[in-house]
Structure formats: structure tokens, C-alpha cells
Design a protein around this ligand. Structure first.
Ligand code: 6PG
Length: 256
């Protein structure tokens, strides 16, 4: 396998450079996974930061080219709103990636949001992942790469500070009431065990509004209860932070 370090933090001058490097890294992970396992299972992050990276992957120019015929896409979390709602993570991915990249519809496994409660949607997503990976009871899917973002408050996926979802360890996906940041809607999210079983987890973080949370997670060993991104510690996989200079503004020089 790759000789990249288990834990890595890279700082790029701005969000565009971050997006270009992230796209290249994702394409590299795709090539490696397809070479070793014949397919690439990629979990998409929500929010706004990944949009630029998805657009580069969709165009597939240069270092950002992926074999979409062997790639399967999943979602790390979702808002309990219809997929055509402007607040939907599926909609963001659809606009920036899925309508452009030549990936077959049945190779995209979104989190369904058409059930009455977010809890029901989470249970349905857990079952869909058990079926896709052919998992024995109680085990977690092993994704090749999970993309995550970082909220200003240190949340990631839809794991919010102090939320009950932080303590869920017997399910692949769970639900959560809204956090303090918008949008104020219920969420469906992968749990820590599902995140930490991955072969690689990659955080994409841009903007000065993330600097405090990033410093707390990277430099100050914040608790997961206070800064949930701190609870993402892949058991045997790699943890990669790709951040821009403004987000890295409060980091110790030795962090990068
Ligand atoms: C969500 C996301 C969430 C996101 C962070 C960062 O549904 O909101 O999955 O975890 O990654 O909030 O969001 P931005 O990239 O928009 O700053």
C-alpha cells in the first residue's frame, strides 16, 4: 500500500489550491483502491467546502481523473430535507459532481430522506450499507476513503458537540437533532465506528472561521464531546487534513 504517513496535515495557500490538491489525492486513492480491490468506495462530505473539489473531479482533468466505472459514492451525512432542497447535501453533490461525472446512477447510494423521521432514514441507510458490503451483523463497512468537513464549532458529518449521536457505537448510521449552526433541520449521519473503520479519512477545511476549532482538534487534544472532529481516529486507516492557510492561522508551526 501507499507509503503516505498515517496522520498528515497539509496547508495550502488558498481554497482553490486546496481543492486542486484534494482532487488529486482523491484520484490517487481511487487508483490505489481499484488496483488492489477492483473498486473504489468514496464517502462524500456535505456543506460547501467540497464543492470546488467535486467540480474538478467531475471534469477529471489532469491529476483529478477517476475511473468512474469502478467507483461507488456514498454520503457521510444528510439533512432531513428532500434531495432537491437547497439545504440538501445530495443536491450539492448532484449539481457539482453527479450531473457531470460519467458515473452510473446505481453506483451512487444517497441517504434517502423521504421517510417520516430522520431516525427511520438512518436505519434505512444502515441497512442499505449492510446490503452493499454484505456485512455480518454488528460489523462496520470499510470505506476506501471518507471525506469530511469541519464546522466552526468543531462538528463533523452531523456529529455535533454534546449530541447523543457521539455515543452511538452499535449502528452504522444514526440521526441527530440540529446543531447550533444552520440549517436547523434533523440530520442523518455516519457514526464514529463507521468513520473510524475507513482505510482513509480526509478532512477538507477552508476559512478563518474554522481556525479555532482546527487548533483545538489538532494542537490542543480537545475532547470529542466539545469538538466532535477530535473523535475521528481511524483504527488502522490514515487520517489526512488538507487545510488552507486561513484555517491554519492558529496552528502551532510544527503542526503542518
Ligand atoms: C453538513 C456537513 C458538515 C460540514 C461542515 C462544514 O451537512 O453540514 O456534512 O459536517 O462538513 O459543517 O461545512 P462548510 O464546508 O459549509 O463550512
Amino acid at each position: 500500500m501507499s507509503d503516505a504517513p498515517a496522520n498528515e496535515l497539509k496547508v495550502y495557500r488558498d481554497a482553490d489550491r486546496l481543492a486542486a490538491k484534494a482532487a488529486a489525492r482523491i484520484a490517487q486513492a481511487a487508483a490505489e483502491s481499484i488496483r488492489h480491490r477492483g473498486r473504489f468506495t468514496l464517502v462524500l462530505a456535505g456543506g460547501s467546502t467540497p464543492r470546488k473539489t467535486y467540480a474538478l473531479l467531475a471534469r477529471g482533468e489532469g491529476e483529478a481523473s477517476i475511473d468512474w466505472s469502478r467507483t461507488f459514492l456514498f454520503f457521510g451525512d444528510e439533512r432531513h430535507v428532500p434531495h432537491d432542497d437547497p439545504r440538501s447535501n445530495y443536491r450539492m453533490a448532484h449539481e457539482s459532481l453527479l450531473t457531470i461525472a460519467p458515473i452510473a446512477h446505481d453506483q451512487v447510494l444517497p441517504i434517502a430522506t423521504d421517510l417520516a423521521t430522520a431516525e427511520q432514514c438512518a436505519d434505512q441507510y444502515s441497512s442499505a450499507l449492510v446490503k452493499f458490503f454484505g456485512l455480518p451483523a454488528g460489523s462496520m463497512p470499510i470505506f476506501d476513503l471518507i471525506l469530511l468537513g469541519l464546522g466552526d464549532d468543531g462538528h463533523t458529518a452531523s456529529l455535533f458537540p454534546g449530541a447523543a449521536a457521539l455515543g452511538v457505537s452499535d449502528r452504522i448510521a444514526t440521526w441527530s437533532p440540529p446543531g447550533v449552526l444552520p440549517p436547523p433541520v434533523d440530520r442523518i449521519t455516519l457514526t464514529y465506528p463507521a468513520l473510524n473503520a475507513a482505510r482513509q479519512v480526509m478532512f477538507l477545511v477552508a476559512g478563518a472561521n474554522k481556525a479555532e476549532a482546527l487548533r483545538d482538534v489538532v494542537d490542543r487534544n480537545a475532547t470529542a464531546r466539545r469538538r466532535p472532529a477530535a473523535g475521528v481516529r481511524p483504527e488502522s486507516g490514515r487520517l489526512t487534513w488538507l487545510v488552507d492557510q486561513s484555517a491554519a492561522g492558529l496552528l502551532q508551526p510544527s503542526s503542518g
